[in-house]
Design a protein around this ligand. Structure first.
Ligand code: NI
Ligand code: MN
Length: 224
């Protein structure tokens, strides 16, 4: 079965398979082309509460009756705004009809745009049809990434490379090595001037590790 991974810009992605449609960190205000209204979205995942990740999640949840899975404090915040939520924390696999997901550590902070504490930030590993896709959220390089390689063995790693708030291209290339995924996709770069990155240079660093770095354009998809 083919899984379609679509880049919606910044850290936002859509995973689609048959009737399943999942959004991750749906910050969509800079993507005029993507219209969630025509989609059958069942689940939304949030890595943390910052505005460039929470994005339009609450609005989409209310409109589509889609469930937001997020760390407890962030989920409760979304629920207070009428979203449908599944509060979780870093821990074990969470099962869904389409597969499963697990929340893992990210080294960052997490608050909502209006200043509420939003619990701990996370990276999220998805397993759909035995394909494992890791979305790192916002994070610095950290040795927990070695646990990903040892225990979870993701096939695809989606990594922030824009620096200032996350890893830069050099650290992200080390993260790629530590996580061990054969396919690496950069995110969280060039949306704002503070996160400008040389993505072609990142690709060189990753490809030199005998991996495949896929630079996915906004509204473009890759298939697994
Ligand atoms: Ni952030
Ligand atoms: Mn961010």
């Amino acid at each position: 079965m083919t899984i379609e991974l679509k880049y919606l810009g910044h850290s936002a992605f859509r995973i689609k398979k048959d009737g399943v449609c999942i959004l991750i960190d749906p910050f969509l205000e800079q993507n005029k082309e993507y219209d969630y209204k025509s989609e059958n979205i069942t689940d939304i995942f949030l890595t943390h509460g910052h505005g460039d990740h929470l994005g339009d999640a609450i609005k989409i949840s209310v409109d589509k009756k889609a469930t937001i899975t997020a760390v407890y404090e962030l989920a409760n915040y979304c629920q207070s705004k009428k979203a449908k939520v599944l509060p979780i924390s870093l821990g074990g696999w969470i099962n869904y009809e389409w597969g499963r997901a697990i929340f893992l550590p990210a080294f960052h902070s997490s608050s909502t745009p209006d200043g509420h504490y939003a619990g701990c930030p996370a990276g999220i590993l998805f397993e759909v049809d035995k394909i494992r896709i890791f979305h790192a959220g916002d994070t610095c390089l950290n040795s927990e990434m070695k646990v990903l390689k040892e225990v979870f063995k993701p096939h695809v790693a989606i990594l922030p490379i824009g620096a200032t708030y996350t890893m830069d291209i050099e650290q992200a290339s080390i993260a790629a090595e530590w996580i061990g995924a054969k396919t690496v996709i950069p995110m969280h770069y060039n949306t704002f001037s503070a996160i400008t990155a040389d993505v072609e240079e990142f690709k060189k660093l990753v490809d030199a590790q005998n991996k495949q770095c896929m630079i996915v354009g906004v509204n473009q998809s890759v298939m697994f």
